[in-house]
Design a protein around this ligand. Structure first.
Ligand code: BG6
Length: 482
């Protein structure tokens, strides 16, 4: 069988991790602009270490420094996008996933009119993409909401942010209705409880009942996602809107039924935001969890009807690794993963950053998601962060990366052969960029090497790694030659 003929091969990036130009052309400060360089994240203290405090924000607002705030400088995609898109084109990309920085369009989130310079910038980026036949898939919120909405409203904790977000999205739909057909609402929407600030603008040390607030923020994002889906369909006929989940595939640590139950519960909570966006209602098991935890969601009278009437067209997800769960955490060896800490599977190798490498887990994830949702799927992030070495003649021999992708593609194709409807695959990331969690450049994901170190030194020149030519061949043969 193999992949569909029009399979959407490509790569994925996010504005705050590539653009730089953090204070250019009217852009406002985003939550990403206050994230500092954190090279040493300790497993035991993960959530706290990647989090942000009021003191951190106050210090960040006062400085124009970019050395310690790497997302402010990114890889200068803002100015170098023509060159980068040409390179993606050379690899044969059919699609590029990128995000629109809310703060380029509405710098504080509350301006009466959109910033024309911001709209013009993305218009030019999309024009360049279309000139080389690359279809955009746009994430509307990828860890980069206006900082002003975090400090003023505690981010998505406040219902008023729904309207502000819908207004931003509507401005994008109106401006880009001829340019963009595929849209994603919230990147890794499930991450609100792991990264309340990055994901939802919630400032933990100003929040009384954090758990309650996080679930309230989820609810606001669900309503916003439904309203935005409706607006997108109304403005752009034929458009496709997807949800985006971090697929945190979890296995039982052993066949002890208590471990199986613990793992089931982990997966249930991971699926929950996508469940709401796909089925248009809260799952009974999650409502019961709310009851047990004393979580009470405040809803407006129409909210449930809005959710039910505006579900997503497809399900997209990131997949990097799997973890194991036990009824008793002392049975586990912990390791870090994609925005999580969890039990390490002894059968799997890990990357330099402790993330397990589990290609079969990708196949399992595809089967699970398709079986659950019966909707077309898209893999919109998958890849490995590694310490690459640039040779003196500007090569990177990244056979480890080729191996990683090859093994994942083999499993992906087997899932498709088993009946999964898969629309496309965008690697994270096709070009080296600033890491979301640690803000490192040295955690490299790309097929393209960017000459920039963790402190921002370097020529910013782009060099093709060995994996560049390999991925080009994979796309050319639609996955037949791995
Ligand atoms: C996902 C995010 O969680 O993982 C990306 O959507 C991120 O923004 C990617 O970059 C890899 O994580 P990290 O922390 O290694 O950059």
């Amino acid at each position: 069988m193999g992949l569909r003929k029009d399979f959407l091969w490509g790569g994925a990036i996010a504005a705050n991790q590539v653009e730089g130009a953090w204070d250019v052309d009217g852009k406002g400060l985003s939550v990403a602009d206050v994230a500092t360089y954190k090279p040493k994240v300790d497993v035991k203290d993960y959530r706290k270490q990647v989090g942000v405090t009021t003191a951190d924000i106050d210090a960040a607002i006062k400085t124009k420094d970019t050395a310690d705030y790497p997302k402010r400088r990114g890889i200068d995609f803002y100015h170098r996008y023509p060159e980068d898109i040409e390179l993606f084109h050379k690899m044969g990309f059919k699609i590029l996933r990128l995000s629109i920085a809310w703060t380029r369009i509405f710098p504080t989130g509350e301006e009466p009119e959109p910033n024309q310079a911001g709209l013009a910038y993305y218009k030019a980026v999309f024009a360049k993409m279309h000139a080389v036949n690359i279809e955009p898939i746009v994430t509307l919120s990828h860890y980069e909401m206006p900082l002003a909405l975090a400090t003023k409203y505690n981010g998505w904790a406040d219902r008023r942010v729904i309207d502000l977000f819908v207004r931003f999205c509507q401005a994008c739909f109106t401006a880009f209705k001829d340019d963009v057909k595929y849209w994603l609402t919230f990147n890794e929407i499930d991450s609100v409880t792991r990264h309340p600030f990055t994901s939802a603008g919630i400032i933990p040390d100003q929040t009384e009942n954090l758990l309650q607030t996080e679930y309230q923020a989820f609810h606001h994002q669900f309503v916003a996602s439904a309203l935005v889906t409706k607006a997108c369909h109304a403005t752009i006929p034929g458009s496709q809107v997807g949800c985006m989940l971090t697929k945190l595939t979890d296995y039982p640590n052993s066949s002890d039924p208590r471990d199986v139950l613990a793992s089931f519960n982990k997966n249930t909570m991971n699926y929950f935001p996508a469940d709401v966006q796909v089925f248009g209602e809260y799952p009974a098991l999650v409502l019961n969890y709310f009851k047990e935890q004393g979580i009470e969601i405040t809803m407006a009278p129409d909210d449930l009807a809005i959710l039910k009437a505006n579900t997503v067209d497809f399900v997209s997800f990131s997949y990097y690794m799997s973890m194991v769960s036990s009824y008793d955490d002392s049975n586990l060896t912990l390791t870090t993963g994609n925005t999580v800490v969890g039990g390490k599977n002894p059968h799997l190798e890990t990357t330099d950053w402790g993330w397990t490498v589990d290609p079969v887990g990708l196949r399992i994830s595809l089967l699970q998601l398709y079986d659950r949702y019966h909707k077309p799927l898209m893999i919109v992030e998958n890849g490995m962060g590694a310490k690459d070495k640039l040779t003196t003649d500007h090569h990177v021999h990244d056979d480890y990366r080729i191996k990683y992708f090859k093994e994942h593609f083999e499993q992906m194709i087997q899932a498709v052969d088993a009946g999964v409807d898969l629309l496309g695959y965008t690697s994270w990331a096709p070009i080296d960029l600033v890491s979301a969690s640690t803000s490192q450049m040295s955690k490299r994901y790309g097929f393209i090497y960017v000459d920039e170190d963790d402190l921002g030194h370097g020529s910013l020149n782009r060099y093709k790694k060995d994996s560049f030519t390999w991925y080009q061949k994979v796309i050319q043969t639609n996955g037949a030659d791995l």
